[in-house]
Design a protein around this ligand. Sequence first.
Ligand code: 6PG
Length: 289
Amino acid sequence: MSRFVASAGRLVRRPGEPDVIVTADDTGAADVAAHAVAQFLTGAIAARSRADWATTGGSTPAGIYRRLTAPDLRTAAPWHDVRLWFGDDRFVPSDHPLSNARPAFEILLARSALAGESGSGMTPADVTSLVGAGVPIPADQVHAFPVADAIGDGVGPDGCAARYATTLRESGIATTDGWPVLDLLLLGIGPDGHLLSVFPGSRTFDADAWAVGVPAPTHVEPHVPRVTLNPRVVAVARQVLVVVQGAAKADVIAQVFGPRLDPRELPAQLARREDAVWVLDEAAAAGLP
Ligand code: 6PG
């Protein structure tokens, strides 16, 4: 994969470490990250006519999704060949405020616009010209964790994760050492150093399944059960892109890039791969060694 050249920000490149692009603010980080998403997906499709993108949860992706729906980027990637997955989700239906799928549906895919409604009424999308619509990933290539079905069927997070792993396997995704190979894994980092829903000391490190249920964390919000891809997917992904914003993350970023390597206690260090790209705003990068 060709190295990403950022459109903005300053590059921090150190031997054996990921490229770190530091932007002035969160808007800049979202802009750089959106360009990176478009470039990496385009490269994957050029190479293999398919791109499997697992996106992240939390609050960070909303700005990235919004930037991707701007006309210049909305037409910049062959979206029809993209398969959208989720690295993790909260064990809530996709229309729940805490759902990680919800921002993707509402902003990236702008489903309400395509449905001819105006969504929240704040986006008077013109359905015919698709102005204000999202990126055109085919609906049958968008795979959220089937939480509502799992709840309806009375199966818990583990059952939901098992169903998701089956869908992922049946999609024909490539594998390395038996693990699914994502072309692009977009990640955020929690204040405790978690990524996906892999928390410090997580039992997911010992799981064999491609996706697993996670009990509700008590040390970070929101305190709801999760479903997550196995942390092994970070090591085999073709491209890892991490986006972290805000002063609240400065301490954990300093630890992640510090001298002590212990991914089980600091899962974000799984993404400290030489070929990964990290996009930080200045506030989050303040503690970088
Ligand atoms: C989740 C996310 C999680 C997120 C980080 C960062 O379900 O909470 O998947 O891994 O990426 O917690 O969250 P923010 O983007 O809100 O800082």
